[in-house]
Design a protein around this ligand. Structure first.
Ligand code: ZN
Length: 437
C-alpha cells in the first residue's frame, strides 16, 4: 500500500495507526483537561494593583490559571461558584513564615525535643492552617534545623500530594558562633553533640560554602542573620549585636546571585542592619530600630522590608523587666514603621508565624492598620508587594488574565474593615478549591 507516495508494509501501517490513535488520545485528554473550567461570580472584586474595587465581575479559571476577567462571562464546561455576596481578591502572600516552628520554640528548642519526622508532620499541619486562613503563598525563612522538612513539604505540595500554599523556602539560615540561632549555656560536651539551629559560618569561605550547600539542597533563596536576637540587644542603648561586616554581606549576596537567588537578612537595626542594606540584601526582616539613615538607604537601593510587628508584643505573664523591654521595642518598631511608610519603603506583609499560632496572620494585618496603614494598603502589601519580593509579580498577587488561580473571598468590605480577614469564606489555590463555606 502507498501512503503519501511511499510504499508502506502492513506491519508498519499498524504502527502508524497506533501512533495516530495515541496522538488522538493525547489531544482528547488535553482538550478535556483544558475545558474543565470554574466560573467565579464576584460581588466585589479588589484590584490589588490599582487599589480599587469593581462590582459584579466574573473570573474564569481553567486548570491552574485565570483565563479571563470581565462582565457576564460564559462557562463552556465545569462549575460556577457564586460569590456575589462576597469580596473577592487574590490569595494573600505572607512573606515571613516558619512552618516547622510552633510558638513554644524559644523555651523548648525543637532540635532538643522533637524528631525531624514529627516536625515534618507539624509543618504539614501548619501549611494547611496557613492556606485556610487565606494565604496561598508563603516565603518561609528558616526553621531552626528540621532537616529540610520545609523543602519536603514544598515539594510534596508541588507534586500534588496534598493541597497547600505555594512555598518559597530558604532552608537553613546562616549565622555566626555565639550569635543568633547558636544555642548557648549548654555544657561544652552537650554543645558539641547538639545540632545547631542554623549554619554557623565564621569566615567568608564558610559563608560561601554554606550557600552552595543550601542551593544543592534545593532552597529558593538565602537567609542570613545580620544582627543577633533579643538576648543580644544592649538593654541600655537598644543597639543589637552586629554579626556581619558589609564585605561579608557582599560576598554572600554575590554568591547567592550567581545561583539566581536573593538574600533575606534578619536585622533589627543599627550597624548590622546598615551593613546588610549597604551590602545589597534583597530584604530586611523585622527591623525593629530602623532610623532615617537606614530607611533612606533602603529607599535608594529598593530594599524590601518585612516588619513582623505583632510577635514582639510582651508575652502574657512576662516579668516586669521583660515587659518594659518589650514595650520599648514595640514603641521603636511602630516609629520605624510609620517613618518607613512616609519615606515610601517597600513594605511586604509578613507575620513571623510559627512564633505566633499558625492561621492567625490577620493579627499582623490589624496591627498595620492600628499603626496607620490603610486597609487597602495592607492588602496591597500582602499581595502585590509580596509578589514583587519573591519576583513573581507577573503571575501572583493580582486577579488578572494569565495569573495563577489563587483566589480568596471574605464577607464585608476588607478594604475598609481589616477585621474581615478574621474569617475566610473561600480559598482557591492553583485552580483547586480548598475551602468554600
Ligand atoms: Zn522569623
Amino acid at each position: 500500500m502507498k501512503l503519501y507516495g511511499q510504499n508502506i508494509k502492513p506491519k508498519n501501517l499498524d504502527r502508524i495507526k497506533n501512533k495516530i490513535k495515541f496522538i488522538l488520545y493525547l489531544l482528547l485528554v488535553t482538550s478535556t483537561a483544558q475545558t474543565q473550567q470554574t466560573l467565579i461570580r464576584a460581588g466585589r472584586l479588589i484590584d490589588t494593583n490599582q487599589k480599587t474595587v469593581k462590582n459584579n465581575i466574573d473570573i474564569l479559571v481553567e486548570g491552574n490559571r485565570i483565563i479571563e476577567v470581565g462582565k457576564n462571562l460564559k462557562l463552556t464546561s465545569g462549575k460556577t461558584v457564586d460569590l456575589r455576596d462576597k469580596t473577592v481578591l487574590p490569595g494573600l502572600i505572607d512573606s515571613h513564615t516558619h512552618i516547622c516552628l510552633t510558638p513554644d520554640y524559644s523555651s523548648n528548642p525543637p532540635v532538643l525535643y522533637k524528631t525531624n519526622t514529627y516536625r515534618t508532620m507539624e509543618a504539614f499541619k501548619a501549611s494547611k492552617q496557613i492556606l485556610m486562613s487565606g494565604f496561598t503563598s508563603i516565603r518561609d525563612v528558616d526553621n531552626e534545623g528540621a532537616d529540610m522538612a520545609d523543602i519536603a513539604v514544598r515539594d510534596a505540595i508541588n507534586k500534588g500530594m496534598f493541597v497547600g500554599p505555594r512555598i518559597f523556602v530558604s532552608g537553613w539560615a546562616i549565622s555566626i558562633t555565639g550569635g543568633h540561632m547558636n544555642l548557648t549555656g549548654l555544657r561544652p560536651y552537650v554543645d558539641r553533640k547538639v545540632e545547631q539551629l542554623a549554619i554557623m559560618a565564621d569566615n567568608s569561605d564558610d559563608m560561601v560554602a554554606a550557600i552552595r550547600d543550601q542551593r544543592k539542597a534545593g532552597v529558593d533563596f538565602i537567609k542570613i542573620y545580620a544582627t543577633g536576637t533579643l538576648r543580644h540587644i544592649n538593654r541600655e542603648t537598644l543597639e543589637p549585636l552586629s554579626q556581619l561586616t558589609k564585605a561579608e554581606v557582599e560576598i554572600m549576596v554575590n554568591e547567592a546571585r550567581r545561583w539566581g537567588m536573593d538574600v533575606a537578612a534578619h536585622a533589627y537595626g543599627g550597624t548590622g542592619a546598615y551593613h546588610a542594606v549597604d551590602g545589597g540584601v534583597h530584604s530586611l526582616e523585622h527591623g525593629l530600630f530602623l532610623d532615617n539613615k537606614i530607611l533612606s538607604l533602603m529607599v535608594k537601593k529598593g530594599t524590601f522590608w518585612c516588619p513582623t510587628m505583632t510577635v514582639y508584643l510582651p508575652d502574657e505573664g512576662a516579668s516586669e523587666a521583660d515587659t518594659r523591654f518589650h514595650n520599648r521595642i514595640v514603641a521603636e518598631h511602630k516609629k520605624s514603621f510609620q517613618l518607613a511608610m512616609k519615606k515610601g519603603v517597600k513594605i511586604a506583609f509578613g507575620t513571623d508565624i510559627g512564633s505566633m499560632p499558625h492561621g492567625e496572620g490577620w493579627r499582623e494585618m490589624e496591627r498595620m492598620v492600628d499603626y496607620g496603614m490603610s486597609p487597602m494598603d495592607v492588602i496591597h502589601s500582602a499581595t502585590v508587594v509580596g509578589a514583587k519580593l519573591i519576583r513573581k509579580n507577573d503571575e501572583l498577587g493580582q486577579i488578572k488574565q494569565g495569573y495563577f488561580a489563587d483566589i480568596i473571598a471574605v464577607e464585608g468590605n476588607p478594604d475598609q474593615n481589616i477585621k474581615a480577614f478574621r474569617s475566610i469564606n473561600f480559598v482557591m489555590v492553583n485552580g483547586t478549591i480548598a475551602k468554600n463555606d
